[in-house]
Design a binder for this molecule. Structure first.
Ligand code: NAG
Ligand code: NAG
Ligand code: NAG
Ligand code: NAG
Ligand code: NAG
Ligand code: NAG
Ligand code: NAG
Ligand code: NAG
Ligand code: NAG
Ligand code: NAG
Ligand code: NAG
Ligand code: NAG
Length: 556
């Protein structure tokens, strides 16, 4: 079995700069921040001991949080403290987020801050780590390489939903039995308390924070629990906390179809020489029809794919409806980067070549060899945190009716409703845990809320409601972009507002709207968000939650 805490960062192979391996177990956890250089120039790592149970702070049972900072380069006289980050998921690694984005975020807010990523309790390099399986081989047998077993299309077969419901109950029992010592403490409210502990360990009293996707649930939870400890909180790609804690995810899918529509429209406008799935269409709806036809054909006839003969069991598989729905849905998270590749994969598939889209589904090679690449445990951590946070007790009939309601809203309900199904049979909860807001919260400083106009999993109305109702007085910034969170595409306008907020507390004027600096299907390298022309955001191949990645198991 791999040593869980000595993993190489999963993003290492795909980032533009050199990362060295870092062995987290070589650091002795302590109650103060004792930094060790790690990964790359400018980065330090530490492991901070926190109470496992904040209700019994004197109990010697602790968790050790993995923390990475992109170090401030200002003289100490102008140092302004830490800005904490969360990349979403839940289950995404904040360490990875800081390693990959630290220097870019410092460029937005200024060198006077430490840019700090931490792996939330239970996640990634923090210990204890949530894991439902005794070893990676057991996990790989439960989740075969193409990962469609994680979020299967409920429309693939008539038994899709009942089968997913049964599988989830098995997982719930594994989790409860195998992480019994600590699972009840792996909740968002305790991670919010950890953010205060981390901030205090830096010698500061109030939180500065930028959270995306599920990270907005964490930021809102902090603000609701510690309203007088808010200095700067940016929530970006917002899931309203009342929806989260009541497990009503209806609002998350309100804008999903619009992102798919943006694919059809931008593909049409880009033309056949740029968009491979254009096929001489005479309107966007021709392209939409071609996609429906392709999906219908897969429901009748899945196709064989051999994408690579050297990638072991990840190199070959069967391309079916479920896989293609998942690939399309993933691309909606980062359209500026993914749409051209999606169009090519769909065109190849329509022409009888399934290997491109198979490779795009991000199958993960598994081998029992020592030193093999670690298996991503993000889904386990994410589902565990979600299901412990919320109080669900769904029957199969409840889920069938929930699915029907979601399917009426979004064409991707079939691959999204499994997020809720994953809580079937979940029994772990902690007495006294936070269960959501009872009304609006006044904070010691206003939040800054960012909402994309076309976001596949966190809708603009949800962001608007959060700024308007849950945190009155918050600043609100609309990003006229397609995709999930502001990290999908660079925007000079957005960076200026976020920079002014962190530095001076300045809020955008009412009704402020920012445009991205890049375009969908851009041919000019400087207008692309694929890393070719722009230096930041949309780093390919990240495994973090919330960012809609190939290998990551997308969630919030
Ligand atoms: C990581 O560090 C620990 C403690 O120093 C050591 O026991 C272990 O062998 C190291 N692991 C690797 C892969 O170097
Ligand atoms: C800080 O870490 C170093 C090396 O990891 C160790 O030698 C030292 O004892 C630690 N200091 C404290 C105060 O924990
Ligand atoms: C924990 O221990 C400290 C120091 O011994 C004491 O002051 C405090 O009251 C204790 N807290 C609880 C909740 O028992
Ligand atoms: C400390 O916490 C652990 C884990 O929850 C529990 O098993 C143990 O009984 C607690 N010890 C005390 C003295 O409360
Ligand atoms: C869930 O949220 C939607 C949209 O905000 C709302 O219309 C619906 O009434 C909510 N359902 C429940 C059960 O709260
Ligand atoms: C699209 O139209 C051009 C020019 O009429 C033609 O050369 C090409 O073969 C057509 N492509 C497809 C896929 O029909
Ligand atoms: C399928 O498409 C991929 C990518 O365009 C290409 O590398 C591969 O050779 C094609 N396979 C076949 C059998 O045509
Ligand atoms: C969950 O539902 C079952 C069956 O409907 C019921 O017996 C049980 O009491 C419920 N549990 C909770 C915690 O509501
Ligand atoms: C699922 O399939 C049914 C018909 O089989 C269709 O009406 C519905 O739109 C599909 N739902 C999704 C979310 O694909
Ligand atoms: C929040 O502030 C407003 C305006 O100062 C006040 O009317 C309201 O009662 C406050 N709400 C809470 C929950 O403190
Ligand atoms: C939310 O949307 C409504 C309706 O479009 C608008 O009047 C309101 O100003 C928005 N709220 C914020 C905080 O922008
Ligand atoms: C913050 O305010 C100062 C003083 O008004 C100003 O010089 C500076 O440009 C502002 N910074 C930002 C990022 O808005």
């Amino acid at each position: 079995m791999l040593n869980r805490s000595s993993f190489v960062l999963l993003a290492a192979a795909s980032t533009a700069f050199a990362l060295t391996e870092f062995n987290w177990t070589s650091i002795e956890p302590s109650t103060s921040l004792n930094w060790t250089a790690c990964y790359a120039d400018g980065l330090d790592c530490a492991r901070l001991l926190v109470p496992l149970d904040y209700a019994s702070p004197n109990n010697s049972t602790t968790a050790a949080l993995a923390i990475t900072r992109f170090r401030s380069t200002s003289p100490s006289s102008s140092y302004r403290g830490p800005i904490l980050l969360n990349p979403g998921g839940p289950g995404g690694s904040g360490v990875e987020f800081a390693v990959v984005y630290g220097s870019e975020i410092a460029g937005i807010v200024g060198a006077e801050y430490d840019i700090v990523g931490f792996d939330p309790r239970g996640v990634s390099f923090s210990t204890p780590t949530i894991s439902w399986f005794l070893n990676d081989a057991e996990r790989a047998l439960w989740y075969p390489p193409n990962q469609n077993t994680v979020l299967p299309s409920l429309n693939e077969t008539a038994l899709g939903l009942p089968y997913a419901y049964a599988r989830a109950q098995v997982q719930s029992q594994l989790a409860a039995a195998r992480d019994a010592d600590f699972l009840q403490y792996m909740t968002t409210d305790y991670t919010a308390q950890d953010m205060l502990t981390i901030t205090e360990a830096f010698g500061f009293e109030k939180l500065k924070y930028w959270g995306v996707s599920y990270g907005t649930v964490l930021g809102q939870t902090f603000a609701a629990l510690f309203p007088d400890k808010v200095e700067r909180v940016v929530i970006d790609g917002v899931l309203p906390i009342d929806d989260w804690y009541s497990a009503n995810l209806t609002e998350t899918m309100l804008d999903t179809n619009q992102v798919l529509d943006a694919f059809f429209t931008s593909c049409f406008e880009a033309g056949p020489s740029v968009c491979a799935f254009h096929n001489n269409a005479s309107s966007p709806s021709d392209i939409a029809t071609a996609l429906v036809d392709l999906l219908l054909s897969l429901q009748q006839k899945p196709v064989p794919a051999v994408a690579s003969l050297t990638a072991g069991n990840a190199g070959y598989g069967v391309v079916d409806y479920s896989l293609v729905k998942n690939v399309i849905f993933q691309s909606l998270y980062q359209p500026y980067k993914e749409f051209p590749a999606l169009a090519q994969a769909l065109a190849d598939l329509a022409a009888g070549n399934a290997s491109t889209i198979y490779a795009a589904s991000g199958p993960q090679e598994f081998t029992c060899e020592p030193g093999a690449a670690p298996v991503n445990k993000m889904f386990e951590a994410g589902a565990s945190i979600t299901c412990t946070d919320v109080r669900l007790n769904d029957t199969l009939a409840d889920l069938q009716s929930y699915y029907a309601g979601m399917a009426a809203i979004s064409e991707f309900a079939d691959v999204w409703v499994p997020v809720r199904i994953a809580c079937a049979g979940w029994k772990v909860h902690r007495p006294g845990q936070y269960t959501g807001p009872t009304g609006p919260t006044n904070t010691s400083a206003p939040l800054l809320v960012i909402g994309n106009l076309r976001d596949p999993v966190t809708s603009w109305p949800g962001a608007n409601q959060t700024a308007e109702v849950l945190f009155p007085g918050a600043g609100f910034l609309t990003y006229n972009a397609s995709g999930h969170t502001s990290f999908i595409a660079p925007s000079t306008c957005l960076d200026a507002y976020v920079g002014a907020y962190f530095r001076n507390g300045t809020l955008p004027p009412a009704g402020a709207v920012c445009q991205p600096d890049v375009q969908l299907f851009a041919t000019n390298a400087s207008a692309r968000a694929d890393g070719g022309g722009v230096s930041r955001r949309g780093v390919p191949g990240l495994t973090m939650g919330g960012m809609g990645t190939r290998k990551g198991l997308f969630s919030f």
